[in-house]
Design a protein around this ligand. Structure first.
Ligand SMILES: NC(=O)c1ccc[n+]([C@@H]2O[C@H](COP(=O)([O-])OP(=O)(O)OC[C@H]3O[C@@H](n4cnc5c(N)ncnc54)[C@H](OP(=O)(O)O)[C@@H]3O)[C@@H](O)[C@H]2O)c1
Length: 309
């Protein structure tokens, strides 16, 4: 089939991105315009419209889909809406994520961090996967915070993912012995689960390609900003990324966008790879790499979500 090009945009391909209205997602949405129509999936229509306008102003095409990724009903409706667009989807980027310091609940009464970062991304992927064409890429934005042995996280006193079960996580319960930093056990566990699911999907589904990216300590994004004093956000969001040993892992939204876009638009068929902030393969925690753990997370998540039809 000949490629139709609108300005420099290929319009017989489309890419879905969740959480495109801020930080890494915003930069990635702009980068992705060069590769196809961008389907912007977010919870704030005003922000989505602004981004769509900015993309159209550059001569590219974007479509907005309103979706609260923490709300399973909203996720399933959004998947339906996307399928009805009738576009050939070359890639799905599960980027939306939060790290609040104060626990709260989603529409179904589940832990908001876990529902957003794991359950929502998982449900969206499961709803769309059967409709994606052969060879499409599904990418998840993970976080090395899930690994208790990861140097920068360890230095800060983080203890990695604290998974007990999907039911327990949805209730906001984490394995004992976690960190004293508020909200971090929930965040680390949600990222532990979505990385385990990525590696499981890659083993289970050979028709599509499933990979994860750890974007690095990325300064200047909104992550963790809502519930902490500005000084704390400045320390974690900026200062930490420029002082050793953290600076080695640091990135910017624009740099992360390039790495993520490369993985999302890759046509070489790689699957089951976890990339670091430089786009090099890296390893997750020992637990996340364990097939039994991956199997357990996926089967428990499927069983849990199947109760909410
Ligand atoms: N920054 C880092 O150092 C770092 C490191 C490792 C991993 N990550 C991961 O990178 C991803 C992007 O984070 P970021 O740093 O770019 O943070 P960010 O600037 O806060 O962006 C988060 C995005 O997710 C969206 N979002 C949050 N909750 C949502 C919901 N319920 N429904 C729909 N969209 C929702 C936000 O929408 P609104 O604009 O409406 O708020 C925003 O577009 C996250 O998965 C994060 O965990 C970041």
């Amino acid at each position: 089939m000949t490629k139709t090009v609108l300005k420099n945009q290929i319009i017989n391909k489309a890419y879905i991105i969740t959480g495109p209205t801020s930080g890494i997602g915003y930069a990635t949405a702009l980068e992705l315009t060069k590769y196809g129509i961008v389907i912007l999936l977010g919870r704030n229509q005003r922000k989505l419209n602004q981004l769509q306008k900015a993309i159209e102003h550059k001569g590219y095409k974007a479509i907005t889909v309103l979706c609260d990724i923490s709300d399973i009903k909203s996720v399933r409706n959004a998947a339906e809406e996307i399928m009805q667009l009738g576009l050939s989807i070359s890639g799905l980027l599960n980027n939306a994520g939060i790290m609040p310091s104060k626990a709260s609940k989603n529409a179904q009464g589940w832990d908001l961090t876990y529902a957003t970062n794991h359950l929502g991304a998982f449900a969206l992927t499961e709803a769309l996967a059967p409709h994606l064409p052969d060879g499409a890429n599904v990418v998840f934005i993970a976080s090395a915070i899930e690994d208790p042995e990861r140097k920068p996280a360890k230095v800060m006193g983080m203890k990695g993912g604290r998974y007990i079960s999907t039911e327990a996580s949805a209730r906001g319960e984490w394995e004992a012995g976690g960190t004293k930093m508020a909200g971090v056990d929930a965040y680390a566990t949600s990222k532990q689960c979505i990385l385990a699911a990525t590696l499981y999907f890659a083993r289970e589904n050979k028709r599509l390609h499933f990979n994860a990216v750890e974007p690095g300590i990325t300064r200047g994004t909104g992550l963790g900003s809502g519930n902490v004093p500005p000084i704390v956000h400045f320390i974690f969001g900026y200062l930490m990324s420029i002082i050793p040993p953290f600076s080695k892992y640091s990135s910017t939204p624009e740099k992360s966008a390039k790495v993520i876009t490369k993985v999302l638009t890759d046509t070489s068929g790689k699957t089951g790879i976890y990339y670091d902030e430089k786009g090099e393969p890296m390893l997750g925690s020992t637990l996340v790499l364990d097939h039994n753990f991956q199997d357990r997370v996926v089967s428990e998540t499927r069983a849990f979500l199947s109760k909410f039809r």
